[in-house]
Design a protein around this ligand. Sequence first.
Ligand SMILES: [Zn+2]
Length: 271
Amino acid sequence: MFGRRITLFKLFGFAVHIDASWIIVAMLVAWSLAVGFFPAQFPGLTGREYWFMAIIGAIGLFASIVVHELSHSLVARRYGLQMKGITLFIFGGVAEMENEPQNARTELMMAAAGPAASIVIGFLFYLAYAAGRDAWSTFTVGIVAYLAWMNWILAAFNLIPAFPLDGGRILRAALWHWKGDLMRATRIAAAFGSGFGLLLIMLAVFTLFSGNFITAMWWFLIGMFVRGASQASYQQVVLKRTLEGESVRRFMKTDPITVPRSTSVRELVDE
Ligand SMILES: [Zn+2]
């Protein structure tokens, strides 16, 4: 899944890596903040100031994603799951699991931890924004407002019930708990993921016709990613379950209808 990556630091025992693709994204984020978002939303500053705001904003976004993934990892560890570490890549972050959760409750708690953290961080930044709106400089207020908004977007996007996004994992946990069948739950949640990916790709096409090439490209890439990831994770679960501890009995009929050798086909059909 990842290309070349750099290990940054360790946090609570989890190694935090960045994929090479993230560096390009971080630069794109900083650039679009410096020339687009900040000048449009918070006018009256110099180009240099906007660039400083953008760099701090991008670092804040980076830290927010790390906290989101860290929450997943801490809850997972609390439930006894082995975690490999956190990797930030082109579309955000991933808390890499050594193994899948063993029950629906663990899956639910683990999946909900990330968006919950993002909502709380967003709320804290919002409180700071509300408190400092009239007292602080435009520079500070702009960054704080951006981070409040970004953390809520992060939570909202991740809560879309498209497996393997967090919302899709929550959906899978609910179905798993309800029906007691992990494979079926995964199949349904992955179908939602696949459908959502397709929706984004269609959105990309519409956006392209409206002339916004860069936005279209982003929708397309994210759509392809969600679609591919949902299908890959489903296959992974199927493969694991098939190979792991399931007896042959499960795949065979245990009570086949038997017919004595002497019975003719005509007798069989008639009776
Ligand atoms: Zn998450």
